[in-house]
Design a protein around this ligand. Sequence first.
Ligand code: 6R9
Length: 657
Amino acid sequence: MADDRHDTIESLLVEGRTYPPSAEFVAGARVTDRAMLEAADADPEGFWAGQAAELLTWFEPWHTVCEWDLPFATWFVGGKLNVSYNCLDRHVEAGAGDKVAYHWEGEPGDTRTITYAQLLDEVSRLANALKALGVEKGDRVNVYLGMVPELPMALLACARIGAVHSVVFGGFSADSLRDRINDAEAKVLITGDGAWRRGSVVPLKETADEALAECPTIEKVLVLQRTAHGVPMTEGRDVWWHDLVPAQSDDCPPEPMDAEDLLYLLYTSGTTAKPKGIMHTTGGYLTQVAFTHKYVFDLRPDDDVYWCAADVGWVTGHSYIVYGPLTNQTTSVMYEGSPDHPDKDRFWSIVAKYGVTILYLAPTAIRTFMKWGTEFPERHDMSSLRLLGSVGEPINPEAWVWYWEVIGGGRCPIVDTWWQTETGAIMLSPLPGLTTLKPGSATFPLPGIGADVVDTDGASVGVPGGGYLVLTRPWPSMLRGIWGDPERYRDTYWARFDGKYFAGDGVKRDDDGYFWLLGRVDDVMLVSGHNISTAEVEHALVGHHAVAEAAVVGKTDATSGQAVAAFVILKAGVEPSEALVGELRDHVGNAIGPIAKPKTILFTEDLPKTRSGKIMRRLLKDVSEDKALGDTTTLADPGVVESIKSRYLAQPGGDDE
Ligand code: 6R9
């Protein structure tokens, strides 16, 4: 890194430094005062009804805004609409058919530009093809594809005919796919021959075939050709997309759906137990997704080129690659492959090529880019960027400041957005034209959202204070339950604190009332009677100049109950050594207190992560305690944990000292 840049970042990291919105940003921003927050707070239902009417087109109006029979909410009861109509037809009818919906770039470098009119045409054909395969309203359709335009098309085609989609991330194993198909009792699977990832073929069809050997409900499989590497087709069951879809009519009237009809199931990333089929419905979901997309990203639909670099296989992709952006008639970028193919500047070349103005990333990606160094973003002109977003994990201040300076050029507000598969849409986030930012804080609840911090008895802790994050009133895009298991829904989210939704995250509020997320409460360690959050120790570790990324778990310890075990990825060019272990232990001791010093530190090249980039601490805990590994099916790369395990057990002091 150039020395002046290093100095700038160091100076920005001064504790307590805040970032008010610049006058230039405020001048063009959608929200610059508290009027909307206050109105929403005074009358949340009236506020959401206003948004539903303004942002969506309804075939028939609702008669009741919200019915709340704790823990079951319904929104816009009696209203009728169609999601694909809202995402496509109405924009074409309004004359925006030639506007680009997606600039798509394949990993090998092939590109496609898809307008709203073309997308409507393709979605209608696909919807007719699904009907031809026997799909009816209410049926479940599983989708197992890479990041190709046909993936959003598949979601929209289901929505068009009232089928329920259940997307399984294209990197998941045959077992994960099988379990999710069987839980949803899906009738049709949409998949492909393969997907491109890091220059190689991800064998989707072979994996799907393995899963389907044990999926009795699947009748037909629609197969998209992408990699053309030659895959087996099962006679009578498998149909090539190119044989069926183009031959269909491009006229498929959108099915009028009830506001509370099921739109999709999405299985949670499963960092803990058995995956849950989270249920999202139609009217409330689309309202809140469109609202948050418009106001959190301060959208200017005529000028912005928006890129959410997540995968459609997780909720961020559902809400902020497909439904939010299309409802708001946005021009988006979609990229198929990995960020280091053919080189580590791929993302930045895409930003420059399409003139991306809004970029939405996960902290895990940002930390990876930090590890690779500034030379890659510095190769490209990224002056088109005007707003940056972060989602998926707490972002540590070092990564925030790096994102601010190196990617945003010190000019772009960063919206740190807290939400969950279960919440459907962003819940806590800055409003970029209003909120003064603090690096590492998701700041405040958005308009219409009730959030609080409570202690173990469910009592509000006030400001400042720390405890459990809860949501205090229903919101339109909230999950409607867990598929097939209403009791588990009640137990998981509503049983812990009476009348409140428990998010599972720990949180602190500072003197100014800002929310600071501390990670999952399952990840809190108890060391000699002291609660220490894994996120705090991880933040301390990545605050050391040698460390790129860190994961921390509490391992069972005979003397202290639990001991802190750390897994550390060093920055490029830093050599691991015993001296560095000592230095890092002292560094944590100084930052938090001697009690938080890791007992063991293992240097590693990689960490076990889910496909959405979340560290699977549960598996690291198994490693640190030398236990059989729990469910590894949701890992991005199952090899990583095995290799950490063998090295962990080999290291001096890796066992109990
Ligand atoms: C959207 C998504 C949800 C969990 C959530 C929390 C963590 C997400 C965060 C964040 C701190 C943020 N999380 N965003 N933690 N700051 N801005 O990630 O959904 O995959 O269901 O995960 O992710 O722990 O409870 P999902």
